[in-house]
Each structure stands twice: as C-alpha cells, then as structure tokens.
Design a protein. Structure first.
Length: 83
C-alpha cells in the first residue's frame, strides 16, 4: 500500500466516523417545585415512628428538580429553534 493509499484510507475512515456519529444538543436546568406525598401520612410502611419514618413527605415540601433534555440533530440547518 502506498503512502497516498494509506492517507486516503485514513481520510475515508474519518469521513465515515463523522457521518455516522450522533450529534446531540442538550440543555440542563433546575426548577424549584413544591409537592407532597399524601400516602406518607397514613401508610404504615412510611409512617413508622422510628428513624426510617418518612411521614413528613405527606406535607408540602420544596425540591429542586434537575432536568437534562437532549435531542439528536441531523444537519446544521437548525432543526429546532431555541428561545
């Protein structure tokens, strides 16, 4: 195999890899939310009156929810607009 053939084969491999690679766009964000789990107040498996008691979850409480949303893109001409 000549040096030119080797270079061409390497270029072909790079091109195939690039074309078959998945291209993703993702966004991460956090959102505060208030919720409750009413069953925690009455379910004996949750309201145990010991160190494993999670009955407090039956009352409204705050969480920070973490999101990561991803989508695959197929070309460079903006499949989706981001605002």
């Amino acid at each position: 195999m000549t040096e030119d053939n080797i270079k061409q084969a390497q270029q072909d491999n790079r091109t195939r890899s690039k074309e078959s690679a998945k291209r993703m766009i993702w966004v991460t964000f956090r959102r505060e939310g208030i919720h409750k789990y009413p069953a925690a107040l009455t379910d004996p498996k949750l309201n145990t009156n010991d160190e494993y008691d999670v009955s407090f979850l039956g009352y409204p409480h705050r969480h920070i929810f973490h999101f990561r949303v991803a989508i695959e893109v197929f070309h460079n001409d903006r499949d989706i607009e981001f605002i």
